[in-house]
Design a protein around this ligand. Structure first.
Ligand code: ADP
Length: 307
């Protein structure tokens, strides 16, 4: 059991989300007026770093921002959340990661993501931040930075016996086999379908897909099922369905990020994986019950109050 604050290193994306709200999404060639705009700090890596920090992790981020004005805002935001950004590098002649999100009154959205500096996170960056990975209790990674960089980080973690959690989002069409040898992989339903090429409509189909995923990489699999909770497969045949808590969903955008950050911290503290999933389910539910991605991330006491 880790008695001090667990060390969580997150390698991943840092984005500025530019959210515009309009009556109807523009059609190709059309110019429309929006009702409002907002700049919101996001990126799966940064979201999960904030989630892990709010639930009690000592969090360090490995990533890149550009040399634009957003870079300062993104770094300041992470540092205000208690995330150590000494391994976040500024990139010359490059924009920070950007997501342009248009939301129409029906709630339907369309999103353009520009990876920018996230796409410039290199294997050399991993080498320079080696000690940040080696001294971690858990390395947490997603798929919004280049795969060779993620592979290099996972390799450093393995050599140092550091546990790795992979949130395979956004859904990949192909994942190198080495990435399936992490300790825990936590896809949602559509990511599970993309990774396995199997149907995931029914619980028995999900179970088969989870077992296939676990067997192909010999990793533990936690498939997040939104309001249905999480299906955990720790070894072939050893399946637990951990139900969600009941909440009124307001904005489920970052439920998976809240889940991953909370899972990393609680598991790193030495709790058994099913208990960590139970804790993470609550984090995901609280995040889904509030608007906004990072602003809606729950704090430790809020999750414990629900347990
Ligand atoms: P993602 O955002 O990656 O698609 P999910 O929507 O599966 O991830 O959410 C992650 C976790 O958050 C779920 O496993 C569940 O425990 C919790 N969660 C998400 N949406 C809800 C909801 N509507 N009600 C209760 N819990 C939820």
């Amino acid at each position: 059991m880790v008695s001090t604050q667990p060390q969580i290193t997150v390698l991943g994306s840092i984005n500025m989300d530019l959210v515009v709200r309009c009556m109807d999404l523009p059609r190709p060639g059309e110019t429309i007026l929006a009702e409002s705009s907002a700049e919101i700090c996001g990126g799966k890596g940064a979201n999960q770093a904030v989630a892990a920090s709010r639930v009690g992790g000592n969090v360090r981020m490995i990533g890149r921002v550009g040399d634009d004005a957003f870079a300062d805002v993104l770094l300041k935001n992470l540092m205000n959340e208690g995330v150590d950004c000494s391994s976040v590098r500024r990139t010359d002649d490059c924009a920070s990661g950007l997501a342009v999100v248009a939301v129409e009154s029906s709630g339907q959205n369309s999103i353009v993501v520009v990876p920018g500096a996230n796409g410039r996170l290199t294997v050399d960056d991993v080498a320079q931040s080696r000690s940040q990975i080696e001294s971690a209790d858990v390395l947490l990674v997603q798929l919004e930075v280049p795969v060779p960089t993620i592979l290099a980080a996972v390799e450093v973690a393995k050599q140092a016996n550091v546990r790795v959690i992979l949130d395979p989002a956004p859904a990949p069409s192909h994942l190198p086999e080495e990435l399936l040898t992490v300790d825990v992989i936590c896809p949602n339903e559509s990511e599970t379908a993309a990774l396995t090429g199997r149907p995931v409509e029914t619980l028995s189909e999900l179970q088969a897909a989870a077992e296939a995923l676990g067997e192909s990489g010999q990793c533990r699999v936690a498939i997040t099922l939104g309001e249905r909770g999480t299906m955990l497969v720790e070894s072939p045949g050893n399946l637990t369905h951990i139900p969600a808590v009941s909440i009124e969903a307001v904005d489920t955008t970052a439920a998976g990020d809240a889940f991953a950050g909370a899972l990393a911290v609680y598991w790193a503290e030495g709790h058994p994986l099913p208990d960590a999933v139970r804790f993470a389910n609550r984090a995901g539910a609280i995040a889904a019950s509030r608007p906004g991605a990072q602003p809606g991330m729950p704090y430790r006491d809020e999750i414990e109050a629900w347990m």
